[in-house]
Structure formats: structure tokens, C-alpha cells
Design a protein around this ligand. Structure first.
Ligand code: AMP
Length: 181
């Protein structure tokens, strides 16, 4: 019989050819809409973050699904939430990191003054695909002087080898995902 965590993760829907032909989109909205499922995955991720040493002092969440998971995790753990957004959305002084996508470029920004430079953080997003987004966010955190202890995802698409990309430059960082497909 499936455990309640397995049931929760089975709510993630596969959407073929979205947003482009050939992409299998992992849609977490049915999981978020299920009160018990959402609660179980947040509890499980919070348990994994609590087991990290040294202690995690802030959650860094990547726009936009990383906000939903990261906000709930920060509340569950009683620690702060740091917002990382697409360019032009944050109103004060930012650090910016440009990075390459499969086709083209993107960038992430974070307010300069939010992270204590001596702190230990984890970075949260819903899906690890090629790893480019997570790596860019890692570098943004590095600009502040803070240390990323772990990257946390609900789901990892293994054939895209995001884990390998992150570990190439940051072999010490932990990469945690609840489901690998
Ligand atoms: P990447 O930089 O390739 O690791 O892509 C990660 C970002 O794109 C995350 O913010 C994901 O939410 C999103 N993403 C990439 N591929 C998928 C996918 N197949 N299904 C859902 N989200 C994806």
C-alpha cells in the first residue's frame, strides 16, 4: 500500500508538450490543492532541513513555486524567508545573476540586505531540471557571503543531470529531492 507521502507525491501531474513540444511539465498544483498532501510534503521537507548541520537559519525561495513551498517551510521551521525574483520585480538594491537557459538567457535578483553574511541557508524550488536556476541562485547567495548548505526540491528530473551541474562547482552542497523521475 502506498504511504501517505507516496500518495501526496503521486498528485504531481505530468503534462506532455507544455509549455513547448517535447517538454514533460511536472505540475504541482494538484498536490498544493490537497490539504493533507501539501501538509505531508512540507512536514517531510521540514524534517530533512531540521536534520542538516550546522543549523539552517533561513530559507531562500525561487520565484514562483519556490515561494509557496519555501514560505510554508520557513513558517514550519520558525525561520526567515528570502525572496529571489525574476528581474525588475524587487524595489530596492539587488544582487543580480544572469544565467544561460537551454535556449537564451534569464536572470535572478535578490535584495542585497536581507541575508546575514554569516548565516547558513537552504535554497528551495519545486523541480530540479537542468540545474541552471538553482546554480544561479546559489551564486546570488554567495555574493552576500552567506553559505548554502542544501538545495531542496519536491522533484528531480534525473536525465537532465541538474545534480551533476550543481555538484561540479559546489561538491559540498547537499541536494535533497523527495521524488526522482
Ligand atoms: P532548471 O534551471 O532547468 O533546473 O529549471 C528549473 C526551473 O524551471 C524550476 O523553477 C522549475 O519550476 C522549472 N522547470 C523546469 N523544467 C520543468 C518541468 N519539466 N516541469 C515543471 N517545472 C519545470
Amino acid at each position: 500500500m502506498a504511504t501517505s507521502l507516496e500518495r501526496a507525491l503521486s498528485l504531481i501531474a505530468d503534462v506532455p508538450d507544455y509549455p513547448k513540444p517535447g517538454i514533460l511539465f511536472k505540475d504541482i498544483t494538484p498536490l498544493l490543492a490537497d490539504g493533507e498532501g501539501f501538509s505531508i510534503v512540507i512536514d517531510e521537507l521540514a524534517r530533512k532541513i531540521s536534520a542538516i548541520t550546522p543549523k539552517v537559519e533561513a530559507i531562500v525561495g525561487i520565484e514562483s513555486r519556490g515561494f509557496i513551498l519555501g514560505g510554508a517551510l520557513a513558517k514550519a521551521l520558525g525561520i526567515g524567508f528570502i525572496t529571489v525574483r525574476k528581474p525588475g520585480k524587487l524595489p530596492r538594491d539587488v544582487h543580480r545573476k544572469d544565467y544561460q537557459l537551454e535556449y537564451g538567457f534569464d536572470a535572478l535578483e535578490m535584495h542585497k540586505d536581507l541575508i546575514d553574511p554569516t548565516s547558513n541557508v537552504v535554497i528551495v524550488d519545486d523541480v530540479l531540471a537542468t540545474g541552471g536556476t538553482a546554480l544561479a541562485c546559489h551564486e546570488l547567495v554567495e555574493y552576500t557571503g552567506a553559505k548554502t548548505l542544501a538545495h531542496i526540491f519536491l522533484l528531480e528530473i534525473t536525465f537532465l543531470q541538474g545534480r551533476t551541474l550543481i555538484n561540479k562547482t559546489h561538491p559540498e552542497v547537499e541536494i535533497i529531492s523527495l521524488l526522482r523521475t
